[in-house]
Design a protein around this ligand. Structure first.
Ligand code: ZN
Length: 212
């Protein structure tokens, strides 16, 4: 009984949403909600005959949240995010550019904190609070399944932007210092682009925390 991760990219920045399917329980977790992915996700969920149990936002940037309200009504599933995303989700706009469209406010049904557990059938993710790109940024990690849904923290060949409001270089270094401690064969599913593994990113070792 294993987990299957499928990618649905959408919106002007080709932001990834992930559908995580547990073939044992047929439970589904959806991570992030970029524009244009709601219909493809609904089609796929019907095809799988699964039940969406939770919608998780890794962080509150506009390109990750555009269809979250549509997904919530389509699947009657709760929306979860870190409490530090509250203000930005209530007043969503771009911190970098004037967007040619309006974004609807989002009120999560549930807050996820560092160390919280997110079950999916007999599988389980642990919430990692990974600030740096955004103060309320989280990742979902499953050690037994060897996977991390990392949002905009870790990408192939680099980390998320830290030159935007709310970002912090110090926090990003600390977050990357946690990720480099994960096993090298952990597959990382980022907020944009293709998956990678911790071991395939040798630059990460520069963030190893000094031994006490
Ligand atoms: Zn972002």
């Amino acid at each position: 009984m294993s987990l299957h991760v499928e990618t649905f990219a959408g919106g002007p920045l080709a932001t990834n949403a992930y559908l995580v399917f547990d073939d044992g329980s047929k439970q589904i977790l959806i991570v992030d909600a970029p524009m244009d992915v709601d219909q493809p996700l609904q089609d796929r969920v019907s095809e799988l005959g699964g039940e969406v149990v939770l919608l998780v936002l890794t962080h509150a940037h506009w390109d990750h949240i555009g269809t979250i309200n549509e997904l919530r009504s389509a699947f009657s599933a709760p929306v979860a995010a870190h409490p530090l995303t509250k203000d930005r989700l209530e007043h969503p706009d771009s911190v970098m550019l004037d967007l040619p469209f309006e974004l609807a406010a989002v009120s999560p049904d549930r807050w996820l904190h560092e160390g919280d557990r997110v079950p999916l059938g007999r599988h389980e993710f642990t919430v990692m609070h990974l600030p740096g790109h955004d103060p309320g940024h989280i990742g979902l990690y499953s050690e037994p399944d060897g996977l991390l849904l990392s949002g905009d923290v870790l990408f192939p060949n680099g980390h998320g932007r830290i030159d935007i409001p709310g970002a912090s270089q110090t926090d990003m270094a600390a977050s990357l210092g946690r990720l480099v401690e994960l096993p090298g064969d952990v597959t990382v599913y980022p907020g944009h682009g293709l998956p990678t593994t911790i071991g395939a990113e040798p630059w990460l070792s520069g963030y190893k925390r000094a031994q006490p």
